[in-house]
Design a protein around this ligand. Structure first.
Ligand SMILES: [Zn+2]
Length: 443
């Protein structure tokens, strides 16, 4: 919903990373070398030392994200591998609640930090920072790899700081040094890398000698989000993509089983997808945005007077959105504390495409995509995400009620035997899915 270009974020991310790497503008971090275990893939390696003795004794967690895999897709399309995973472990048949806004970067980073977007800093896929006088955008390789944009302690940094090696086959934030660490192994985002090659790489990491073998691994697929945007959530193309990624999960699971290691496999998504209703709602048709910075539908007024004026102009403008002064955004959205959220804050009341401005003259104005997300999951249930997990530390055959995705972090940390910092999530929420009930372990 935020911006057309960013709604199609996967493609944008890909194109920008690709263009910039062609231009040679993005150099690997200083201490990284191109010598991953698979020479065919451009795996970057940071030497964080060997696994500690304690880390070696821990189990393994493979965290998979299927972008835009709406909570009801698995059952709807009979995704047999995911449903089997849920049956042998736990799943959320009514979905998992993404954090607001239900967008890709904010939610991926929430999943690995346990923080609401306004606490980890990625309040949208693109936003303005008044203090820095700079924009963050998921297609901007310089911003994406700059750790100073991010707050919180990503799970890989938590693990690395506690002597445990990690690997990311893509994850928002994994290309930056955050909380003092980068994953031991990671790759620059390039969505053209073959789906199966990603799985082979994960399995290769798990075949490394014990000292170097990552215990926490992320794996990311941009489907079925891409199809959901282009064709809508109910289209045949989207259903085909659902079954395609389900097949990849099946392949991964078989490969993980064959390693003989104790691996908890966790498959999640960042958000769902809704069919967009109507054409663009362009905010500058209702309000004078002179002097405002804007990114998508985010508005940044420079003076209190400007902010109050635009708030009043937008207040009764449309039934398709509500507008709040930032301090008055309803608390359940957790979207009132970070200046990056702008002020006033416009929130869609349905699956509508909202933007501050139309493209400048000379640039074609395309209609909104068929499908979109970013909306409040409490009012638009189609925004809910997926959660499936099974493994030696997880109980069998249990379902969980919809829960907020901030609670994954302490749960994942527990699976890995890590001590997490205080976050917005609580281990209590998913403790019933753990074989040990979430009890403290002797160290
Ligand atoms: Zn998307």
């Amino acid at each position: 919903m935020r911006i057309r270009g960013l709604g199609r974020w996967a493609l944008t991310w890909l194109l920008f990373s690709f263009t910039l790497s062609l231009a040679g503008q993005q150099k690997p971090v200083q201490d990284a070398v191109h010598e991953g275990p698979n020479p065919a893939l451009p795996v970057l390696h940071i030497d964080n030392g060997p696994n500690s003795a304690q880390a070696r004794a821990e189990h393994y967690v493979v965290l998979v994200s299927l972008d835009g895999f709406r909570w009801d897709y698995a059952k709807r399309d009979e995704a047999k591998h995911l449903l089997a995973l849920g049956k042998h472990g736990v799943w959320a048949p009514e979905g998992m609640l993404p954090s607001y806004p239900s967008l890709t970067f904010p939610n991926h980073f929430t999943i690995v930090t346990g923080l609401y977007p306004e606490h980890h800093g990625l309040v949208a896929n693109g936003f303005w920072d008044e203090t820095r006088q700079e924009r963050y955008g998921i297609g901007d390789a310089k911003a994406v790899t700059d750790g100073s944009w991010y707050s919180g302690t990503p799970l890989w940094s938590l693990a690395e700081s506690q002597g445990m090696r990690t690997a990311c086959f893509f994850w928002p934030g994994s290309e930056a040094k955050i909380a003092g660490f980068q994953p031991t192994y990671y790759l620059k985002f390039d969505d053209k890398i073959d789906d199966t090659a990603r799985i082979q790489q994960v399995l290769e990491w798990l075949r490394l000698p014990e000292a170097d073998r990552p215990h926490f691994i992320t794996l990311y697929y941009s489907e079925p989000d891409h199809e959901g945007h282009e064709f809508g959530p109910d289209a045949a193309e989207t259903r085909a993509a659902v079954l395609k990624v389900d097949g990849l999960v099946g392949k991964l699971k078989a490969g993980l089983d064959a390693t003989g290691l104790s691996i908890d496999l966790v498959v999640v998504s960042d958000h769902g997808m809704a069919k967009v209703e109507g054409g663009w709602i362009t905010l500058d048709q209702f309000a004078d945005l002179t002097g405002f910075e804007s990114v998508g539908s985010l508005l940044y007024g420079k003076t209190e007077e400007d902010r109050a004026r635009v708030y009043n102009q937008l207040k009764k403008a449309s039934s398709q959105f509500v507008v709040y002064r930032r301090r008055d955004v309803p608390p359940e959205l957790n979207y009132s504390q970070n200046p990056r959220e702008g002020d006033p804050v416009v929130i869609a009341t349905g699956p509508y495409a909202i933007r501050a401005h139309a493209p400048p003259a000379g640039r074609t104005d395309q209609p909104p995509t068929a499908g979109a997300h970013g909306y409040d999951p409490r009012t638009l249930g189609q925004m809910k995400a997926s959660f499936f997990a099974a493994g030696p530390d997880i109980v069998e055959g249990k379902t969980v009620q919809p829960f907020e995705n901030v609670n994954l972090y302490p749960w994942l940390a527990h699976l890995l035997g890590l001590t997490p910092p205080k976050t917005d999530g609580s281990l209590n929420v998913l403790a019933g899915t753990l074989r040990d009930g979430g009890a403290d372990r002797e160290k």
